[in-house]
Design a protein around this ligand. Structure first.
Ligand code: F6P
Length: 568
């Protein structure tokens, strides 16, 4: 396919469009009774089992999807990514997050240079620094051990590290390594988040890690200045050197901010923000909390999937299969959303992380060459851990809209609980739901079945489940640092596959810029109106009215107020 040809103009795309009618005549109730089909729709790699037999798809559909992948030159695009080609063309950047988890002896090039030694230089520095902090050889301004960390960052400089931290928090090995330590995150520019993130913390024992790829993000920089004030108010301005470090690609701005460049941890423009959890963005705060050896296992898990993704044939390649099925659901069957349903409370921050990775990557309206797309790309991701989601939005998924679901289960709980006399262990109870829900969606319940159960006729329509609702199941052996790395990489690559097939640039994010620049205009107006009582100008009627109400109702705020920090 020539690069300027849209994927929807290719024969395999048209063929899949025609195939939809054939699939619409099937029902998962019947498809699920074909054991050979189901067996062919199970794939295993490195302890992870993927079962996609509950997709509205036959083996013929899969063949057609592989042809679509060929038409999109999927393998070629994956290779280009691993070879450091500048596939993020609107920013003229390579996309090399795989290099962040490569072993020391690997070679991955960007601009003709092997970047793996640089990656390991930073990893070694993090290892040494985190050990210095954790062992107490580096102490704060008043001589106390820095046992608490606040990581300040937003978007990709927050969501990935939060997901991994939340997942590790209940893992036995990680708990042991984190004993006596605390890791908090500060993302929202809302001062309430400042208050929440420092509640219970003592500046004397706190290390602040400012995480920002650009070191210009408005929210992060204001939050960083706020915590700098919190530290210097309590301990004096010179304490900042001992209590603040940074992670960024922009070391010049780090220094300007007042952080010693020796206490800055670099990463590179070939790491996209939302793909940066395996860089110092995640590795530094997580190593401070859990020690480098735990985080190294996480990197190894991700690397295992990286190897699988680059080498396995389509039909055995978990991220490729997931990506193709997403394309099938979104672009052909017309299901724009996807529910991410981990049956593990430890994965409660997984869906919020994937929301950014997926929706910031693939929420695009033009092809990589700038041609308007005549189809919709991207998908709406949301999710909650089971069983909480079951008591919330599953009603809609069972009887309302069709939303393809990802069920993610874990064989061995991080925190097993057995009660004498109970029918099953607590984890078995949880997993009973993991195994039951996909069949409830796929098979449903017919009016005939309800009649046989003597259900009152007027209730039959309400109690009928149409079934035929697609899902897939991913079963992980356990949820340790290694498995968490695997899960992350599976989703990162799945999202890349979707973008490669749709023919978009999954690695830029121009759509976030307009709101930022309009906020700059509002910020200027708020300053001018509060400080100089200047009238509101340049906004439409609606915004002017809202701003007027806001300013009038908060006119008791002095025009030049003294510094005020949270009072929690
Ligand atoms: O939301 C836009 C964005 O640029 C994300 O892509 C990024 O993860 C986030 O802002 C934070 O950016 P930075 O790490 O540069 O502060």
């Amino acid at each position: 396919m020539a690069s300027s040809t849209l994927i929807c103009d290719t024969e395999p795309w048209k063929d899949l469009k025609n195939h939809v009618q054939e699939i619409k005549k099937t029902h998962l109730r019947d498809l699920m009774s074909d054991t050979d089909r189901c067996q062919s729709m199970m794939v295993e790699f490195d302890g992870i089992l993927l079962d996609y037999s509950r997709q509205n798809a036959t083996l013929k559909t899969m063949d057609k999807l592989y042809q679509l992948a060929e038409a999109a030159q999927l393998n070629n695009k994956i290779n280009q990514m691993y070879n450091g080609e500048k596939i993020n063309s609107t920013e003229n950047r390579s996309v090399l997050h795989v290099a962040l988890r490569a072993p020391r002896d690997a070679a991955i090039n960007s601009d003709g240079k092997n970047v793996v030694p640089e990656v390991w230089k930073v990893l070694d520095k993090i290892k040494e620094f985190s050990e210095t902090i954790r062992s107490g050889s580096w102490v704060g301004a008043t001589g106390k051990v820095l046992k608490d960390v606040v990581a300040v960052g937003i978007g990709g400089s927050f969501l990935g590290p939060l997901f991994v931290h939340t997942a590790l928090q209940t893992d036995l090995e990680a708990i042991e390594c984190a004993r006596g330590r605390q890791l908090q995150f500060l993302a929202n520019v809302d001062p309430i988040d400042v208050a929440k993130s420092i509640t219970g913390l003592n500046p004397e024992t706190t290390l602040v890690v400012v995480v920002s790829k650009t070191f210009t993000t408005a929210e992060t920089m204001l939050n960083a200045r706020t915590l700098r004030e919190w530290i210097s108010t309590a301990l004096g301005p010179s304490a900042v050197a001992k209590h603040m470090v940074a992670v960024s690609t922009n070391l010049t701005l780090v220094e300007k901010f007042g952080i010693d460049p020796n206490n800055a941890f670099a990463f590179w423009d070939w790491v996209g923000g939302r793909y940066s959890v395996c860089s110092a963005v995640g590795v530094l705060p997580l190593s401070l909390q859990y020690g480098f050896s735990v985080v190294e296992k996480f990197l190894k898990g991700a690397w295992s999937i990286d190897q699988h993704f680059i080498s396995a044939p389509y039909e055995k390649n978990i991220p490729v299969l997931l990506g193709l099925l997403s394309i099938w659901n979104v672009s052909f069957l017309g299901h724009p959303a996807r529910a991410i349903l981990p049956y593990s409370q430890a994965l409660e921050k997984f869906a919020p992380h994937i929301q950014q990775v997926s929706m910031e990557s693939n929420g695009k309206g033009v092809s990589i060459d700038g041609m308007p797309l005549p189809f919709e790309a991207g998908e709406i991701d949301f999710g909650e851990p089971g069983t909480n989601g079951q008591h919330s939005f599953y009603q809609l998924i069972h009887q309302g809209r069709v939303i393809p679901c990802d069920f993610i289960g874990v064989v061995k709980s991080q925190q097993p609980v057995y009660l004498k006399g109970e029918v099953v262990s607590n984890h078995d109870e949880l997993m009973s739901n993991f195994f039951a829900q996909p069949d409830a969606l796929a098979v449903g319940k017919t009016p005939e079945q309800l009649q046989k159960e003597n259900v009152a006729p007027h209730l039959i329509p309400h109690k009928t489940f149409s079934g035929n609702r697609p899902s897939l199941s991913l079963l992980l052996p356990s949820l340790n640092a290694y498995n968490i790395g695997q899960l992350l990489a599976i989703y990162e690559h799945r999202i890349a596959v979707e973008g490669f097939i749709w023919g978009i640039n999954s690695f830029d994010q121009w759509g976030v810029e307009l709101g930022k620049s309009l906020a700059t205009q509002v910020r200027k107006q708020l300053h001018a109106s509060r400080m100089k009582r200047e009238p509101i100008e340049g906004f439409n009627f609606s915004t002017t009215t809202l701003l007027t109400r806001y300013l009038e109702a908060s006119s008791d705020i002095p025009s030049d107020p003294p510094t005020l920090l949270p009072r929690i």
